[in-house]
Ligand binder design. Structure first.
Ligand code: CP3
Length: 345
């Protein structure tokens, strides 16, 4: 029998089983740091690109071929499922998702409805094409978590302070919970479509949830993220739960229903493992800015992270957040080679 993604270092590490080496991939590995990505994307809007299986397949494969990473991350965006149910939005280059009519009142909720597989046949097709090409290399499917999606919908676009989101959360908790319950269905269904089409791992991105206290996370967010993650609980695939600035929230994010907790660069893996009580695998946590440092400094830090990760029940090497657009792709390849070399068992 030919090897399958189930036998890969990434899936072993995520399941807290011994892995042949520390697996490595990079958030935003597919994208603007690659000249071959920019060439392929020229003349096509981001949202259109995300809905074309030929482009999605090729863009997802580019970093796997170039860097030899241990996983592919599905090329899409957290707002694709919202767009697929008809929310009027755009992804503006250099800005991010922009929503035509922000959600601030109960009447605005009518912009949302449940997502079904029939809304995204192209996603199923893209995942099938990809998994056929990838062979034993796992594909990571993903979705945005309810809080992060709610922030874009309520603010109307990217936000530094999330003031409208927090005002709604505290000012009209019933509306907040209804909004997040709807978003949890959408996120969960989007994860499930990818998992059923062949993704071997899923990641829930709650990028901006680090702006909340533990108390607010518990009261306003945890149950909805748990529902999104719960949508694939019966499929027996590892779930990664990631956010930025979430040092205080790590155990709560694990308890929401993940096997792997993403750690950004503000908390060391050693501290993260201690906070998580040794129960979860961890993913992270190189500062993406360090990819611009001289190789000696970068190498030292990579070695420290790999060593710290060896004390975790499972470790997936990654950045603390996404690849910055001006990153030299050759440095990423060199980091992959180094991680593999120093962690081979
Ligand atoms: O390689 C990968 O990680 C796969 C694809 C991926 C994209 N977006 C492609 C993309 C993933 C996993 C995402 C998730 C995403 N999208 C998140 C969560 C991850 C994170 O970074 O915290 C968030 C918050 C978004 C929303 C979003 N979409 C932002 C903030 C941006 C950047 C805006 C900009 O231009 O600076 C986007 C657009 C986007 N999504 C791009 C890519 C490759 C850039 C679009 C382009 O190339 O024109």
């Amino acid at each position: 029998m030919s090897p399958s993604p189930r036998d890969s270092a990434l899936v072993h590490a995520a399941r807290r089983e011994p892995a042949a080496h520390t697996p490595v991939w990079f958030m935003r590995q597919a994208g603007r740091s690659l000249p071959e990505y920019r060439a392929l994307r020229a003349g096509t809007q981001m949202l259109q690109a995300c809905r074309r299986p030929d482009l999605v397949t090729e863009i997802t494969l580019q970093p796997v071929r170039r860097h030899g990473v241990d996983a592919a991350i599905f090329f899409s965006d957290i707002v694709v499922p919202l767009h697929a149910i008809g929310v009027d939005l755009d992804i503006v280059p250099g800005v991010g998702p922009v929503i035509a009519r922000p959600i601030r009142s109960r009447a605005d909720l009518s912009q949302l409805r449940d997502l079904t597989a029939a809304d995204v046949p192209d996603i199923t097709e893209s995942v099938r094409l990809l998994t056929a090409e990838l062979g034993a290399t796992p594909l990571i499917g993903f979705a945005g978590a309810p809080f992060t999606l709610a922030s874009y919908l309520v603010e109307g676009g990217p936000s530094k302070n999330h003031e409208h989101t927090k005002a709604l959360m505290h000012g009209d908790p019933a509306l907040w919970h209804d909004l997040c319950a709807q978003l949890a269905q959408i996120s969960g269904a989007f994860l499930r479509v990818q998992a059923q089409a062949g993704a071997s791992v899923v990641q829930l991105f709650d990028s901006w949830v680090g702006h909340l206290s533990r108390a607010d996370y518990t009261t306003y967010v945890a149950e909805h993220s748990a529902r999104a993650l719960g949508a694939v609980a019966d499929l027996d695939i590892p779930r990664i739960h990631f956010g930025v600035g979430t040092g205080e929230l790590l155990p709560l994010m694990g308890a929401a229903g993940a096997e792997v907790v993403g750690v950004d660069y503000r908390v060391s893996l050693t501290d993260a493992v201690a906070r998580l009580g040794g129960e979860y695998a961890v993913q992270g946590n190189l500062d993406p800015a360090l990819l611009f440092a001289p190789w000696e400094a970068l190498e030292r830090r990579v070695r420290e992270i790999v060593a710290e990760g060896q004390a975790a029940p499972g470790h997936i090497f990654n950045l603390g957040h996404g690849v910055l657009p001006d990153t030299d792709p050759d440095v990423l390849t060199r980091v992959v080679d180094l991680v593999h070399e120093i962690s081979a068992r």
